[in-house]
Design a protein around this ligand. Structure first.
Ligand code: SF4
Ligand code: SF4
Length: 450
């Protein structure tokens, strides 16, 4: 029997690229690497305009607090440090590098010298931090910080290979084409955490990958496969932990608070590459799809490549896009600039025509059918939340759990009344959080002045 969670729904899969082997993209002429592409502080630049940089060279780092270094994904010359809008719609400095076409690797990039058995947890954390590895499922939380916060608290390691968003097949292809990279990365994470066993969790729409992993792990005592029912949003950490352990993760808590730690499959492979070869996080697999893309593919793309260059590597656009999304269609972020560069958390680029994204002409009416309540994986009452959000009643929206909403969009997807539920809740949630932050800053300022 496949593992699952309560709520959620089966969304149309559109996994057209599931049989497309990962292709390595030709080096782009230019990359634009944001100094802020993770949760945490912006990195400070370590290079200046005119500098030559190697591929893999660290070009930005965070001195204090949570954050991650960033590295050059091509060799060449730094031509600008410019303020640009990033994937999330906020402004940050980008380091622009004109490629010399050589992809010359930094000679300082070397494998870790010791065997895994002789390596300490702190050494692994340092390797992962220096490599700038973050959660590659989209959340982009620095992996070194996740490992550190879970040591001594987590006793179950879960590898998230659910890939429940429609269209995206990057993890699926990774499991088929580089399962050893994922498995070896899991061994390193187990060692760092002092955890004895890992569950590799895969949805049952990837049977070929499940079969492959089961064969490879037939005699393994360190890890096993857990087959998940294909249902959205199974890849959400909360739903994954519940499906495998029955433990509920309360809003505002971390997986380690319920004894678990979750890593995305590509993150595990990145950890192995950092340990075995010294490779920092400078490229990632991206599913490129949507009806506007001439040849949908899974591409290995240097970080900082523009969206347009990625689409060009897939034969270009066959029709003008109305909407370009970074990530999946349920939770991804629509972009206003087709030149937006790829970051470490970009799992997909989807380009859709006006025909595919045309808004419904029906009015937004709640029919009180209760479907949104039935499907909400967080067990909220989206029907009430949307009403309070529409009325601007933030106190009631908060009382009804707006902050616990994970923004999965299952409610909107299933609503027969055409209510744009998740959009309203997102705005309300953002406003509540901004208000809280402003109150906190005011209180801090007051404390300082007293
Ligand atoms: S699914 Fe839509 S129509 Fe049904 S109760 Fe929820 S908001 Fe109302
Ligand atoms: S209310 Fe939030 S968590 Fe619940 S289904 Fe809607 S978007 Fe998902």
């Amino acid at each position: 029997m496949a593992y699952t969670f309560r709520g959620g729904s089966h969304v149309a899969e559109h996994k057209h690229t599931r049989r497309q082997q990962i292709e390595k993209m030709d080096p782009p002429a230019r990359v634009s690497i944001p100094l802020s592409q993770h949760i945490g502080a912006h990195a400070k630049p370590l290079v200046a305009v005119g500098d030559y940089v190697w591929r893999g060279q660290m070009i930005g780092d965070v001195e204090d607090g949570l954050g991650c270094p960033v590295h050059a994904s091509v060799s060449g010359k730094v031509t600008a440090l410019e303020l640009r809008t990033n994937v999330a719609g906020t402004q940050s400095v980008h380091i622009v590098i004109e490629s010399d076409g050589q992809m010359a690797l930094d000679p300082l990039i070397l494998p870790h010298e010791k065997k895994l058995s002789e390596t300490t947890a702190e050494e692994i954390i340092d390797i992962v931090r220096r490599a700038g590895i973050v959660g590659m499922g989209g959340a982009a939380f620095p992996t070194y910080a996740k490992i550190r916060s879970a040591i001594g608290k987590a006793e179950r390691l879960i590898v998230n290979c659910a890939e429940c968003e429609p269209y995206i097949t990057a993890n699926h292809r990774l499991l088929l084409e580089n399962p050893a990279g994922v498995i070896n990365g899991v061994k390193i994470l187990l060692k760092a955490l002092g955890v004895r066993h890992a569950d590799i969790a895969v949805e049952d729409n990837k049977l070929d990958a499940i079969n492959k992993l089961e064969t490879m792990l037939a005699d393994s005592k360190l890890m096993g496969i857990k087959v998940l029912k294909t249902k959205y949003p199974q890849g959400d950490e909360r739903q994954l932990i519940y499906a495998l352990t029955g433990r509920e993760l309360p809003a505002g808590k971390l997986p380690a608070d319920v004894g678990c730690v979750v890593f995305n499959a590509e993150t595990c492979a990145a950890v192995f590459a950092a340990f075995a070869y010294g490779m920092p996080s400078i490229e990632r697999i991206i599913t490129v799809d949507g009806d506007c893309v001439a040849n949908p593919k899974n591409l290995l793309v240097p970080i900082g490549t523009s969206c347009l260059d990625v689409i060009d590597a897939c034969g270009g656009l066959r029709c003008p896009p109305q909407k370009v999304i970074f990530g999946g269609p349920m939770m991804g972020a629509a972009q206003w600039d087709i030149e937006t560069p790829v970051i470490k958390g970009t799992s997909a680029i989807l380009a859709f025509s006006a025909e595919k994204v045309k808004p419904s002409k029906l009015p937004e009416v709640c029919l009180h059918c209760g479907r949104c309540v039935q499907n909400c994986p967080m067990h909220l009452m989206p029907n009430y939340l949307v009403q309070y959000a529409m009325q601007g009643d933030l106190a009631e929206a908060e009382a009804f759990g707006a902050l616990a909403c994970v923004g999965c969009g299952t409610c909107s997807y299933n609503c027969p009344g055409n209510m744009q539920i998740v959009q309203y809740i997102r705005v309300a949630k953002g406003t509540i959080m901004a208000k809280r932050q402003a109150e906190k800053s005011r209180a801090l300022a007051q404390d300082k002045s007293e």
